[in-house]
Design a protein around this ligand. Structure first.
Ligand code: NAP
Length: 338
């Protein structure tokens, strides 16, 4: 038996895949959800038994439930954090739950005697607010939250990761804390309740974009993100570690080409025309979601993943497979009509 791990946010996309892999590897899992009424639905998706997978109610914004969830655990995977598809009214809507929730999970972990913590941070905490000048990033880089390009989600992930690291340094004792910092996470879906990260693929397949904006992102498969978390739970000497978790950087036009080549007729609505930047700037005047990512137009952000490859023996699968598996599941589950 590997141990008992608390995975926060068991209703989430990455948490779901991580819990499935943990159960398959022989771990017992405690998981938090905001609404315990979802337990039966989630059990059907996650597997396990009432003994190997236990649910607890806890909200990032309140103290209730965290101590019970952490009791009896040896490890913590802190994954819950808000990832909305719309632009929030204020930055604090995301910053406060991300930061205070991480601290609640850490305090509960310490009180329960947990000594190994893996937190899901993000490339959002690494590569934003540097202007277009810098295009290759390592674990040494941090997002500049004071830049106008740092929007609410980017700030929330940076501030939460920094607050967690500061807390562990000051209060963590012999706790070993590390982060996994993924780029855009795609891959297989087990239900129609999907993460915001999959929106771009949905929009491309359903043809709801008039053309291809000059945006790009690093892509990584949810199965490989979960695998990196499992490696971080057991690898030696993880104190203070940080791991970028990424496959190749792809422009929207590259993603569209992969969909066209792999899906054939099912990709007939995927646009092929690249939109000039001025069209996106005009769209941003009317659409707050486009407005908040405007600073990303034309920005390339490559992640150097040599640290994870060397220290953890981690590898990532081809992005083509990830993108096509995402698309095929969206079609299968009726999320998109082709
Ligand atoms: P997701 O499917 O939206 O999952 C987010 C989880 O956080 C859900 O379980 C959600 O619970 C929970 N949550 C949000 N606000 C909460 C609150 N106030 N109290 C308790 N739980 C709350 O997103 P995901 O893609 O799996 O993301 C998981 C983690 O990976 C997040 O930390 C995210 O920042 C990070 N990440 C994601 C990506 C990506 O591309 N997906 C990339 C880098 C990093 P409900 O179901 O109750 O809303």
């Amino acid at each position: 038996m590997a141990g008992t791990v608390l995975v926060t946010g068991g209703s989430g996309y990455i948490a779901g895949e991580t819990i499935r892999q943990l159960l398959a590897a022989g771990w017992n899992v405690h998981t938090t959800v905001r609404n315990l009424g979802r337990e039966a639905e989630l059990r059907a998706l996650l597997g396990g038994t009432p003994e190997s997978l236990k649910f607890f109610a806890a909200d990032l914004m309140a103290d209730a439930g965290w101590a019970e969830a952490a009791a009896g655990c040896t490890h913590l995977c802190h994954m819950a954090s808000p990832l909305p598809s719309n632009a929030p009214k204020s930055d604090d809507e995301l910053i406060i739950p991300a930061r205070d929730g991480a601290l609640r999970a850490l305090r509960a972990a310490k009180a329960a005697g947990i000594r190994r913590v893996v937190m899901t941070s993000s490339m959002a905490a690494v590569a934003y607010g540097h202007g277009g000048a810098k295009s290759r990033f390592t674990e040494a880089d941090w997002t500049n939250v004071n830049s106008p390009d740092a929007y609410a989600y980017v700030k929330s992930k940076t501030i939460a990761e920094r607050a967690a690291r500061d807390w562990v340094t000051a209060e963590g004792g012999d706790m070993e804390f590390c982060t996994v910092n993924p780029v855009l996470v795609l891959g297989p879906l087990h239900s129609a309740d999907f993460s915001t990260s999959l929106e771009a693929i949905k929009k491309l397949i359903e043809g709801s974009m008039p053309g291809l904006p000059n945006f790009g992102f690093g892509v990584v498969d949810v199965r490989d993100v979960a695998d990196m978390h499992l490696r971080c739970l057991t690898a030696p000497d993880m104190g203070g570690e940080r791991f970028l978790c990424s496959g190749r950087f792809l422009w929207m036009k590259d993603v569209a080409a992969i969909l066209k080549a792999g899906l054939g007729e099912q990709a007939r609505k995927v646009p092929t025309r690249v939109l000039p930047n001025w069209v996106i700037r005009i769209a941003a005047l009317f659409d707050p979601v486009v407005r908040q990512v405007l600073g990303e137009l034309g920005n390339e952000r490559d992640a150097d993943t040599s640290h994870a490859r060397q220290k953890l023996g981690w590898t990532s699968r081809p992005e083509e497979q990830t993108i096509l598996d995402t698309a095929r599941d969206m079609i299968r589950l009726g999320i998109v009509k082709v």
